[in-house]
Design a protein. Structure first.
Length: 68
C-alpha cells in the first residue's frame, strides 16, 4: 500500500471517529437542555379573600347603569 493511500485511509477513519463523537456530544447536550428547561410544576393553594357585599353590588350597579 502506498503512503498516500494509507494516509487517506487514516484521515477517513479519523474523520468518521470525530463525526461520531460530535454527534454523540450534540445528542447529550440536547438531552441536557431538554432536562434543564422542563417546566417544574409547583402546586400552591391560594386563599381567596371574600369580596364585601357592598363592593359586589356597587360593581353590579355600575355595570347595569353603564349599559342601561
Amino acid at each position: 500500500m502506498k503512503a498516500t493511500v494509507f494516509e487517506k485511509l487514516i484521515r477517513k477513519v479519523i474523520r468518521e471517529e470525530i463525526d461520531y463523537a460530535l454527534r454523540r456530544e450534540i445528542k447529550t447536550l440536547k438531552e441536557d437542555l431538554r432536562d434543564e428547561f422542563k417546566p417544574t410544576i409547583v402546586e400552591q393553594s391560594l386563599q381567596h379573600t371574600p369580596i364585601p357585599k357592598n363592593v359586589q353590588t356597587s360593581l353590579k350597579e355600575k355595570i347595569i347603569d353603564h349599559n342601561g
